[in-house]
Design a protein around this ligand. Structure first.
Ligand code: GDP
Length: 302
């Protein structure tokens, strides 16, 4: 586990409150006696309600049913925790060396992208890093202004062009500035419109290529911000972004507002991409590292 103070653990726990209610309280009801058929059916239903997804929900219940050691309520709870931890894999980490590291942030409009960039910039600044932002969502003037606002709060300058300009040119300039001015991390915002004629995925691929070429020695993280409440539909979106650029991490935003936190399991299983951070609110400080161990403990805590 990380060496940070338990403050983030408390925030992760609190943000999982609604999902925990959906799963843990159901488990408590079901686990008054050794697991039986009603338990496995009820567990599957609770997992699906929490947005783990139908096939994974069935798979988890079946694995537990097959587990000969999980015959008492306590053993079943422990075995379920182990299955979920296994599915969630290792905590995601951002590669930040050698500088300037690049974090390309993707996601559909409204997913929490700009807010997440602000929080991430703040977090990296708190760690003593110099952070530059690139306003490459040039599609909406408001997006540029919103990013500048978050940049001010976080203490990170923003490279911007006019609204409507080529986003690849923005990231190119930002990459040069990051290198020339000795920044540690460059975080690039991108557009998230899915329903226009301009092909978003092609645009994102181009941005990705420009960044790779401009800073060939830098790590390039491709992070998708996913609204935890969008469930299986969000998962379908995630697949499209993954196909386009090859995601290296997922930030699960707005976990605090949903009972559907089981999407974390679906995301890691379906995409094979780790979750790096979780959004726990709208404040600067509301971005906490994702730790499968803490997540599962909080999820199943009686
Ligand atoms: P974008 O269009 O993807 O850039 O989305 P925004 O960053 O503008 O966020 C959309 C809305 O979600 C805003 O009202 C944010 O305050 C809110 N939001 C973002 N992240 C979180 C979070 O982790 N928790 C909560 N409760 N709200 C969030």
């Amino acid at each position: 586990m990380s060496s940070e103070t338990p403050g983030w653990i408390a925030r992760l726990r609190t943000s999982l409150g609604r999902t925990r209610e959906a799963i843990a309280s159901r488990l408590d009801e079901l686990l008054q006696a050794p697991p039986d058929d009603a338990f496995f059916a009820g567990l599957e239903e609770a997992l699906i309600q929490a947005d783990v997804g139908p096939s994974l929900g069935a798979e988890i219940a079946e694995r537990l049913r097959q587990d000969a050691t999980a015959r008492t309520p306590a053993a079943a709870r422990g075995a379920l925790a182990a299955i979920l931890r296994g599915m969630l894999g290792a905590p995601g980490v951002l590669r930040l060396t050698p500088p300037p590291a690049v974090v390309l942030v993707l996601g559909v409009n409204g997913s929490g992208k700009t807010t997440t960039i602000g929080k991430l910039a703040y977090r990296l600044r708190q760690e003593g890093r110099q952070v530059l932002l690139a306003a490459a969502d040039t599609f909406r003037a408001a997006a540029i202004e919103q990013l500048e606002l978050w940049g001010e709060r976080a203490g990170a300058p923003v490279v911007r062009h006019r609204a409507g300009s080529d986003p690849a040119a923005v990231v190119f300039d930002a990459a040069r500035a990051a290198s020339a001015r000795g920044f540690d991390v460059l975080i690039a915002d991108t557009a998230g419109r899915l329903h226009t004629k301009v092909n978003l995925m092609e645009e994102l691929k181009k941005i990705d290529r420009v960044l790779s070429r401009a800073l060939p020695a830098s790590p390039l993280e491709r992070v998708l911000v996913l609204d935890a409440g969008t469930g299986q539909n969000g998962l379908a979106q995630a697949r499209r972004f993954h196909e386009a650029v090859g995601l290296t991490g997922v930030v699960l935003a707005k976990l605090d507002g949903t009972a559907k936190g089981g999407i974390a399991v679906a995301v890691t299983q379906d995409l094979g991409v780790p979750i790096t951070f979780v959004g726990t609110g709208e404040g600067l400080d509301d971005l906490v590292p994702f730790d499968p161990e803490v997540f599962v403990t909080a999820l199943l805590a009686p």
